[in-house]
Design a protein around this ligand. Structure first.
Ligand SMILES: Cc1ncc(C[n+]2csc(CCOP(=O)(O)OP(=O)(O)O)c2C)c(N)n1
Ligand SMILES: [Mg+2]
Length: 666
């Protein structure tokens, strides 16, 4: 607390009334007092981690008070003041920190890692940067629905070094999204001072590089924060566009409580403690006779009573009892599959046409469905799947994106938060690595963590046999089948592709939809002309036989068919999995129990692929019925090469026939 009662920050109250001034003060006092209490509880081991926002309250409170309640805010780990100013009941926050059921994540995630649609707050994931792209998506939804709202998102100065920050700013600028990007420059990112974090004078200058207006504000001056943000938010509502704010402030405590502040020079601490946002504003209010000691004491007593009462409520709550079924049930949002039946009228389509037609019919069915991807608009995508879509659905819904895979996947998450379905086209499945983090950490975990679905389909043109080398030929489904929370679909035929794509889009969970490039123009089939669905998680039994079960998907299906055509004496069940997650285990077990032999064919290299898991599942469930060890056939353990003769040698196809015959002869 200040020893001097004189304010050392210069305040300009402009035309703010006394009531607003006092509520700004009380709103800052509350997170400060909660934190003081939390420090005690932390020492007593009653809460786990604590990231302190002491000294930075004016930013959280000023921004939140300047926003409308129906506008989304995406806070970070030091923004307790955002949560309290949005008036989340304290017992719910306390329960969250103690991992109790009345928190927001049923004990599944800690501290501020949660969101709440009720309060229009979307909490962070640990990786920091993805928040910024998610804000883009929420703002895009606002723009598309013409809602005239602002979305505010926070980051520390450390987080601005992440690629997500740069991608999110760029996308927001190119699309003129109504986002208020708030950088809290508090001098340190963990122990790293700003001099080792970035090499420019002000981070606000980053805005210029992206064509974004930017401002520097004194983050410790509540009136400057509140009045400026209020004005800017109003301006954004009228003229949607992104604005970047750099708040200069300081982190008064350690990165988290256990880590201390040894590396911070004493002098800096002293200087900044004189600029404490709460103490200075109190002094200002007292100087101006808007507050006296007694009233201040009264405010504190009310807040303290509230804290103690709500702490008790949280303590009194029963602990969560671990229950496997509950956990498993919450990984995916329940989805009631409704069948749309295929018409009897059909036309012959190539795989690529079936996907294009299916996509178009889904765009017609879901009239706010958005497609985002590189070159998908006028150009029609590199495979021409979205050709003609701009004319049919407009540029708002068929969106060319900058080369910003992370920000676009994050924006899709943001659209979902705002209730808008979307499809992201990866130009090639290989490029998903540039958006990998939000796929496996944000989309996949969101429903389990706090019940928020990620209603996104990511289209993945994949696969080899096209002499395109290590970065345009991979079939990388195993990166995603490994991750709970994602669904993975991998059709081999035009009919399936069309029906499964429709279902993937209807399903509110994140779906990775693999489309094999080598099959795009090679495989033709009669396909119903209407909109129809096929349930996910149901394999197709393409051939029936007695001696062996062949399990495969994608291009492997066609290799297996070719092998069986060339060997009419082999009596095999051929299972096309069609979707890998959910996996039709019953179809596999039923067939293997009948044939007693199983071979799994996968185009990807062997180790860690889904063939290995299917093999294990068969051993675990069908061991008694097996007459031979389960066989896996996959591609070589190298990256996929470019030239034809190397690619041919690499591919699983070459070894399949021999392996199948060996298995039958065992
Ligand atoms: C991708 C990633 N890298 C590293 C970390 C570890 N980490 C968590 S917070 C943090 C510092 C963040 O600094 P800044 O953005 O300035 O925010 P501040 O903590 O100062 O508010 C670091 C390094 C992380 N959570 N995620
Ligand atoms: Mg920092």
């Amino acid at each position: 607390m200040l020893t001097s009662t004189k304010s050392l920050i210069t305040y300009d109250k402009k035309n703010l009334d006394d009531k607003t001034l006092l509520s700004l003060y009380k709103n800052m006092l509350k997170p400060r007092m909660i934190e003081e209490k939390m420090l005690i509880l932390l020492r007593q081991g009653k809460i786990s981690k604590w990231f302190s926002g002491i000294g930075q309250e004016a930013i959280s409170v000023g921004v939140t008070m300047a926003m409308q309640k129906d506008e989304y805010i995406l806070p970070m780990h030091r923004n307790l003041g955002v949560f309290t100013t949005r008036e989340i009941p304290l017992y719910r926050l306390f329960s969250q920190w103690q991992g109790k059921a009345n928190g927001f994540t049923k004990g599944r995630d800690r501290s501020f890692h949660f969101g709440s649609q009720e309060f229009n707050l979307i909490g962070m994931i640990s990786h920091l940067g993805p928040q910024l792209g998610v804000a883009d998506g929420i703002a895009l939804a606002s723009l598309l629905k013409n809602k005239k709202t602002v979305t505010a998102v926070f980051t520390g100065e450390g987080g601005t070094s992440e690629g997500d920050f740069h991608e999110a700013l760029n996308v927001a600028s190119v699309w003129q999204l109504p986002v208020l990007f708030c950088i809290e420059n508090n001098g340190y990112g963990l122990s790293t001072p700003t001099s080792e974090q970035y090499n420019c004078k002000d981070l606000a200058d980053r805005g210029k590089g992206y064509g974004i207006e930017s401002f520097i504000l004194d983050g410790n001056n509540i009136l400057e924060v509140y009045a400026t943000i209020k004005k800017l938010a109003e301006s954004i509502r009228k003229h949607p566009r992104p604005i970047l704010i750099e708040f200069k402030t300081f982190r008064m405590r350690g990165h988290e409580e256990a880590s201390g502040t040894k590396y911070v020079p004493e002098k800096l601490m002293k200087e900044w403690s004189k600029k404490d946002p709460v103490d200075n504003f109190r002094a200002y209010l007292m100087e101006n006779r808007l507050l006296n000691e007694k009233e201040d004491q009264g405010f504190r007593e009310v807040i303290l009573d509230e804290i103690n009462e709500h702490l008790q409520l949280a303590y009194d709550e029963d602990d969560i009892i671990a229950d496997e079924a509950t956990e498993l049930n919450d990984v995916y949002k329940p989805f009631q599959y409704t069948e749309s039946t295929p018409s009897t009228k059909t036309e012959e389509l190539r795989l690529i046409d079936a996907i294009s037609q299916g996509l178009k019919q889904s765009m017609e069915k879901h009239n706010d469905l958005v497609i985002m991807g590189q070159d998908v608009a006028e150009y029609g995508g590199v495979f021409k799947i979205t050709e003609g879509f701009v004319e049919a659905f407009g540029k708002e819904r068929v969106r060319n994106t900058p080369i910003c895979e992370s920000a676009i996947v994050e924006a899709a998450m943001g659209l979902s938060i705002a209730g808008v379905k979307s499809i992201v086209e990866m130009q090639f499945a290989d490029f998903v690595t540039s958006g990998f983090n939000p796929v496996v950490n944000y989309l996949a975990k969101s429903h389990y963590r706090w019940g928020q679905e990620a209603d996104v389909v990511i289209r993945m043109p994949c696969g080899g046999g096209v002499a395109a080398g290590p970065f345009h030929s991979q079939t990388n489904e195993a990166w995603f089948t490994k991750t709970p929370g994602l669904k993975v679909v991998y059709p081999a035929f035009p009919y399936d592709a069309k029906g499964l794509l429709a279902t993937a889009i209807e399903d509110p969970n994140p779906v990775l939809f693999f489309e094999h490039k080598a099959l795009y123009r090679r495989i033709r089939q009669e396909v119903p002309i209407n909109y129809f669905t096929i349930p996910l998680g149901k394999a197709a039994l393409l051939k029936e036989g007695n001696d062996v079960t062949i399990i495969t998907y994608g291009a492997g299906v066609h290799w297996a068919l070719e092998t069986l055509d060339n060997n009419p004496d082999i009596s095999a069940d051929l299972i096309d999995l069609r979707s890998l997650q959910p996996l039709d285990k019953d179809a596999i077990f039923e067939s293997v129990k009948k044939t007693s032999r199983a071979i799994i064919l996968q185009e990807d290299s062997l180790f860690g692929g889904i063939a290995s898991d299917i093999s294990s599942l068969i051993m675990e469930h069908c061991f008694e019925q097996l007459d031979a060890p389960v066989k896996r056939v996959a591609s070589m353990e190298t990256p996929i090469p470019f030239i034809e003769q190397l690619e041919e040698q690499y591919m699983a196809k070459g070894g399949f026939e021999q392996a199948l015959k060996q298995l039958l002869a065992y």
